[in-house]
Design a protein around this ligand. Structure first.
Ligand code: FES
Length: 108
């Protein structure tokens, strides 16, 4: 019954391994995913810069802003929206944290 819905969520990692102000690249179902922890709020994005597809986990995260190391484009980590330039956006995956700290992501 609900398996079609719950089956979309896949375990990404545990919150203990993604502290506030950290980002981490993981692979889920063959897809490269960037997880970021912004003051306890976890977001999941496609680990691919919208500019020239560089892996974002090779860049920098200061707790608020993700910076792509390739050409220094910047993104708001909470919304995924580009801040410089501001006409781009990261691809967002649905993400949630279970009570036990397990981070689940839906990459479908
Ligand atoms: S590939 Fe990310 S800024 Fe160019």
């Amino acid at each position: 019954m609900s398996s079609a819905i719950t089956g979309q969520w896949q375990e990404a990692m545990h919150l203990d391994d993604l502290w506030e102000g950290e980002m981490e690249g993981v692979e889920i179902d063959g897809k490269k995913v960037l997880l970021v922890n912004i003051d306890g709020e976890v977001r999941a994005y496609k680990n691919r810069c919208p500019h020239q597809a560089w892996a974002l986990d090779e860049g920098d995260f200061d707790g608020q802003t993700i910076t792509c190391v390739r050409h220094m484009w910047t993104f708001d980590a909470l919304s995924g929206k580009g801040t410089n330039p501001d006409n781009c956006e990261l691809i967002t995956y649905p993400c949630r944290v279970e009570e036990d700290g397990t981070i689940l992501v839906d990459v479908r």
